[in-house]
Ligand binder design. Structure first.
Ligand SMILES: C[S@@+](CC[C@H](N)C(=O)[O-])C[C@H]1O[C@@H](n2cnc3c(N)ncnc32)[C@H](O)[C@@H]1O
Length: 281
C-alpha cells in the first residue's frame, strides 16, 4: 500500500531529476489528475492510501513527463483565459501570450464576423465567441490533426452553431467575400527555422512543427495574411496578430499595405513586443 504524502515526494524528486522546471507543481497536477482529487486534498491528506491501479497509472504518466511530453498532453487539458480546453498531440498548447491577443481583439472589435486563421485547439475563436454571445465567426486550420481538437472544443462548449470550422491551407480558397469580415485574428507560426532546434525539448519533440515553423525569418505566414486581410476586412475592421518580438514587429509594420493603419503594438507580461493591431481604412 502506498501513501499520498510519500508518493508526492517521490514524484517531485523524479521530475526535478529530469530537469522539469516546476517539479512540485507538476507533481501535484499529475497526482490530482490520476487520483481525481483537487490540489487541496493532496496537502490535507498525506495518509490517504493509493491503490495499485492508481499507482500504475501514476507511474505511466510520470514516465511520459520524464520523457518531456508536455503535461497538458498527458492530462489532456490546458487552461486558457479562465476556461479549459481539451488538447493532445497535433495541436499547439495555447500559451499565456495569446491571451493578450484575445484581450486586444476584444477591446478593438465592434461588429462583423471574425476569422481566426490557424485556430489550433480553437482557443482564440472560443474565447471570442464566449465573450460575445451574439458574435459569429470562422476558424480555419490547415492540419487535420489540429482541426479535430478545435472541433471537439467548439462542440464541448456548444459553439459550433456560431463558428464555421474550415479545413483549408490556402487563404485564397476560403469561401469569403472581399470586405466581409469585421476582424481577423491570428497567432500564426512565427519561429524562424534556424531557431526551432533551440526551443525547449518539450516543444521541439512533441508540439506540431507546422504550428511553429514560420520559414526562414519567421514571417512567411504574415506575407500571405497581410495582403489577404487588407482585401477581406470591411472598412473599420481590425487585423490583430501575435508575433515573435520587436524585430518581427518592425518588419511587419513595414510590410502592411496602405489600407491597413497601425493601431499599436502591445507587450506581453515579459515586456516583449507581442501583439500588433491594424485598422482597415
Ligand atoms: C502557433 S499555432 C496557433 C494555434 C492557436 N491559434 C493558438 O493560438 O493556440 C498556428 C496554427 O496555424 C496552423 N497553420 C499553419 N499554417 C496554416 C495555413 N496555411 N492555414 C491554416 N492554418 C495554418 C497550424 O497548424 C497551427 O495550428
Amino acid at each position: 500500500m502506498f501513501r499520498l504524502g510519500s508518493l508526492r515526494r517521490h514524484v517531485t524528486d523524479e521530475l526535478a531529476r529530469a530537469g522539469i522546471a516546476r517539479p512540485l507543481l507538476e507533481a501535484d497536477l499529475l497526482l490530482s489528475w490520476v487520483l481525481g482529487v483537487d490540489r487541496a486534498t493532496l496537502f490535507a491528506h498525506p495518509e490517504r492510501p493509493v491503490d495499485q491501479t492508481e499507482r500504475t497509472d501514476l507511474d505511466e504518466a510520470l514516465k511520459r513527463r520524464i520523457g518531456h511530453e508536455p503535461l497538458a498532453y498527458i492530462i489532456g487539458r490546458a487552461a486558457f483565459l479562465g476556461f479549459d480546453l481539451t488538447v493532445g498531440p497535433g495541436c499547439l498548447i495555447p500559451r499565456p501570450e495569446t491571451e493578450l491577443l484575445v484581450e486586444r481583439a476584444l477591446a478593438l472589435w465592434s461588429d462583423g464576423p471574425f476569422l481566426d486563421w490557424g485556430t489550433g485547439s480553437g482557443a482564440i475563436a472560443i474565447a471570442l465567441l464566449q465573450a460575445r454571445p451574439d458574435a459569429e465567426g470562422f476558424a480555419v486550420e490547415a492540419e487535420p490533426s489540429a482541426l479535430r481538437w478545435a472541433w471537439r472544443n467548439l462542440k464541448e462548449k456548444d459553439l459550433l452553431n456560431r463558428c464555421l470550422l474550415i479545413h483549408e491551407e490556402r487563404l485564397e480558397a476560403l469561401p469569403l467575400k472581399e470586405g466581409s469580415l469585421g476582424m481577423i485574428v491570428s497567432n500564426p507560426p512565427y519561429i524562424p527555422q534556424d531557431a526551432l532546434s533551440g526551443l525547449m525539448e518539450d516543444v521541439v519533440r512533441y508540439e506540431p512543427h507546422r504550428a511553429l515553423d514560420g520559414g526562414s525569418d519567421g514571417l512567411d505566414s504574415y506575407r500571405r495574411l497581410l495582403p489577404w486581410a487588407e482585401e477581406h476586412l470591411r472598412p473599420g475592421g481590425f487585423l490583430v496578430v501575435e508575433h515573435g518580438g520587436a524585430f518581427q514587429s518592425g518588419q511587419l509594420t513595414a510590410m502592411a499595405g496602405v489600407a491597413l493603419q497601425l493601431v499599436d503594438c502591445r507587450r506581453d507580461l515579459a515586456g516583449q513586443d507581442r501583439v500588433l493591431a491594424w485598422k482597415r481604412l
